[in-house]
Design a protein around this ligand. Sequence first.
Ligand code: 7PJ
Length: 279
Amino acid sequence: MLKNLHCKELSLNIETPQVMGILNVTPDSFSDGGNFSQIDAALKQVDQMISYGAAIIDIGGESTRPGAKDVTEQDELDRVIPILKAIKERFNVVVSVDTSKAAVMSEAINCGAGMINDVRALQNEGCLQAVAQHQNVAICLMHMQGLPRTMQHDPQYDNLIVDISTFFQQRISDCKKAGIDASRLILDPGFGFGKSLEQNYRLLAHMAKFKSLDLPILAGLSRKSMIGKLLNREVDERLAGSLATAIIAVQQGAKIIRVHDVKETVDALKILQAIEKNK
Ligand code: 7PJ
């Protein structure tokens, strides 16, 4: 498998697992997301995440939590683009934009995004074409069953791992047909996206099976309800659970871990790496 991912002008070495830090750009009712205090707060958070060892910063302007409302294209652009530009002006870091809209993808790439992270795996209108035009931008294709509003209503699979693998193979093939080289792709099984509690843990236990697809795997488990439900913990009490899942995901072959708590995750992964080195 390839060891370097091209993310625009930057190259990401995924021989050792890398941490993607989640940047909160949650809008408040008094602003459009592009005002100074919000950008200033975001830049401070980015500065911290980089100093703790994040290799990628993931910005998302659409909430994909179960039951979340749709966001308009303009709202998403207004939330994401000013922050993206401000980060790229100041920091030498890969910025990933979490979006499913072709127009947001194009604008984000033009403004310096090195990665597009799409929970809908480029299935929306115009997305394949939008990213096909920029050969050196990485793309994360995530698996989701259903759509955010309803995806947690009794998800069903014939065979969880096989069904997700089949989805990945179809998307990889569609990307190739659209002129997107496989070397740009990252796969994410989509924890919490149309999976029951038991299915999420089965997925974590068997994630190593996706290694046969020969593409880097990204896992996003941080603070998710699969942790909260199992441990009976509110969202701000899920750090220990999140670290445990991050370690297991990397042991199962994940190369990028998407997290809120960068400092703690980097520490936990260093322990795992020391073990790997001394085996
Ligand atoms: C994921 C994501 C994930 C990728 C979200 C949350 C929900 N992108 N965006 N993988 N989750 N690639 O962070 O709880 O698991 S939003």
